[in-house]
Design a protein around this ligand. Structure first.
Ligand code: HEM
Length: 524
């Protein structure tokens, strides 16, 4: 077979295709650029920015061949975020370093964590549901500053909706890690240091996005770079202190009260002990089975001092990511009241006010699942899914073969086929019905079935480096949406602001500006 050179914009010496990228609108127009280049060049095109080579594939079947070629230690998407990688190396954050490498140390790290997070996700559902219920209870008061919609006194206004969503993500994921919610969404209960953490994590995340898309910030160690480091220091310090305090507390408790075998553990943890093949040691930490850190400490697979370096990076990875996805979902639901009413009806008829606490309940909500899936199609949290090749690879697409060298970033373009009217009817409309089983069935055997390819399902990546928190994050998104939409009708505070935002690139895509929301009780 012959090797085809992928089409690409004009490539200059040193800067490569960067001038073309800037001319097309640069970072601020990222989704548009990837969509337009697909229209101009077709399902395969290349980009080259300052020596950073990318091959962009818009057909997920071609991306599958990259996944099939994954070796024992594939390079993870997180490794591409070199601001984090460098920070972890410079500051010797052991668990951060392991998570962003691709040798045996990554494998060891992953096998230490997978059983108690990726596999054991179901055991955390009841505590996530409890955190979600506490979040929903205070939602309207915290967002509008009043429990009375007719109150004209808005001076007490507290948290913008999008920040409330970030705090919700923190409350839920912290609950997974430590077994109870810090309730940062509740102004009467929040601890200032927890709010400080959410702010620092969010700032570090956003600044990472700025530096990734503008390498000069790093090279010249600008204010952005310094600010990033200060915020990362705060995140790591917080993580370390929390882990140390927690371990001290639970070890004291377990000394005074020895818990014998799993018979005293929660029902959920007993189920998971079977599922992941693990056994609680005889002298388990009290309540350890309710939280990720407790479970890891119980098993003694991660030394205590390494647990400290795990907490900061995990809270970072697990908070703003989930918040981005949830904020898109609520924006789509608020912008499409008919969809939201239909969702509220499904929730009422299936749950009748109850919380989602089991995997079976999660599966019994097809319309909610379709709302989340459609939100990812229309407003993905990232322009691409990406992998860096470990070795040279030939990729066959539509009868042509493209050769990609080791080190090339292979991207699956999420802003092309999912927005193409050739495959999707009225692609710019939010219509979850397209992902209901009858619609999926009707697409089978037609070109449109490509939008049901697993590569387009969610934003967690695929293959051996699929997101460690994928199952828990998905559960958090479903559980909180089920609770909030049962309790509240979420509408745009100012309906004229519908569609008055653009998707803007930070570390991921965010609606900018994110509109204010209004919550009205549903149960009255
Ligand atoms: C909706 C929320 C989330 C999204 C969209 C997301 C997305 C991603 C993506 C795209 C990757 C790279 C996958 C690849 O290399 O192919 C990743 C990796 C990772 N994520 Fe998430 N993530 C989310 C939530 C979380 C949570 C809750 C955690 C908490 C543990 C987490 C921890 C990680 C870690 C540790 C990795 C590196 C895994 C590895 O390289 O083996 N993420 N995530």
């Amino acid at each position: 077979f012959t090797i085809t050179e992928p089409p690409m914009p004009f490539k200059w010496p040193v800067v490569g295709t960067l001038p073309d990228f800037i001319q097309r609108g640069g970072v601020d127009k990222l989704p548009e650029i990837y969509n337009n280049m697909y229209k101009e060049f077709g399902t395969v095109f290349a980009m080259s920015q300052m020596g950073d080579e990318s091959l962009v594939l818009s057909d997920p079947r071609a991306y599958d061949s990259v996944l099939r070629a994954e070796g024992k230690f594939p390079i993870g998407g997180a490794e591409g975020v070199d601001t984090f990688v460098n920070y972890y190396r410079d500051n010797n954050i052991t668990m951060g370093i392991k998570s962003t490498s691709h040798g045996p140390e990554w494998k060891e790290w992953r096998s230490q964590l997978d059983p108690d997070l990726y596999v054991a996700w179901k055991s955390y559902l009841p505590s996530i549901a409890q955190a979600a219920s506490q979040i929903s209870e205070v939602a309207r008061y915290e967002i509008s500053g009043s429990d009375d919609d007719n109150s004209s006194n808005n001076s007490n206004k507290k948290v913008p909706f999008v920040d409330f969503v970030s705090r919700s993500a923190f409350d839920m994921f912290y609950t997974v890690m430590y077994g109870e919610s810090p309730q940062t969404t509740n102004s009467a209960k929040v601890k200032p240091e927890d709010i400080e953490f959410v702010k620092s994590a969010k700032t570090a995340f956003d600044l990472t996005g700025v530096m990734l898309t503008n390498p000069f910030e790093k090279v010249f160690q600008t204010d952005t770079f310094q600010k990033f480091n200060v915020n990362m220091d705060k995140v790591m310090e917080f993580g370390n202190e929390k882990a140390v305090d927690y371990l001290k507390q639970v070890r004291q408790e377990s000394n005074s009260e020895v818990v014998v075998e799993t018979t005293t553990a929660t029902a959920a943890s007993v189920v998971e002990d079977g599922e992941d093949g693990s056994k609680c040691p005889v002298q388990a930490l009290k309540n350890g089975s309710n939280s990720l850190i407790g479970r890891l400490a119980n098993k003694d697979v991660v030394p205590d001092d390494e647990l400290g370096t795990l907490t900061g990076p995990m809270l970072m990875a697990g908070v703003d990511t989930t918040a981005y996805v949830m904020s898109w979902l609520y924006l789509n639901l608020a912008s499409n009241p008919d969809v939201q009413s239909k969702l509220a009806n499904e929730l009422k008829s299936v749950l009748d006010g109850a919380d989602v606490t089991t995997a079976e309940q999660m599966k019994s909500l097809p319309y909610l699942e379709a709302c989340i899936r459609e939100s990812h199609r229309l407003t993905p949290n990232s322009v691409v899914n990406a992998k860096v090749l470990e070795k040279d690879l030939d990729i066959a697409v539509d009868g042509k073969t493209y050769r990609a060298k080791a080190g090339t970033r292979i991207c699956l373009n999420l802003c092309a086929i999912p927005w193409d009217e050739q495959y999707v009817d009225k692609p710019l409309e939010y219509r979850p019905e397209r992902f209901m089983s009858d619609a999926i069935e009707a697409r089978k055997g037609t070109p449109s079935e490509i939008i049901d390819h697993p590569g387009f399902d969610d934003g967690f990546g695929r293959g051996k480096r699929r997101c460690l928190g994928a199952n828990v994050a998905k559960a958090e998104i479903i559980i909180l949406a089920a609770r909030l939409i049962q309790d509240w009708e979420i509408t745009l505070a100012d309906p004229t602001q519908k569609d008055n935002w653009v998707p803007k690139q930070y570390l991921m895509l965010k609606a900018d500006p994110y509109p204010d929301m209004k919550l009205t009780p549903r149960r009255q």
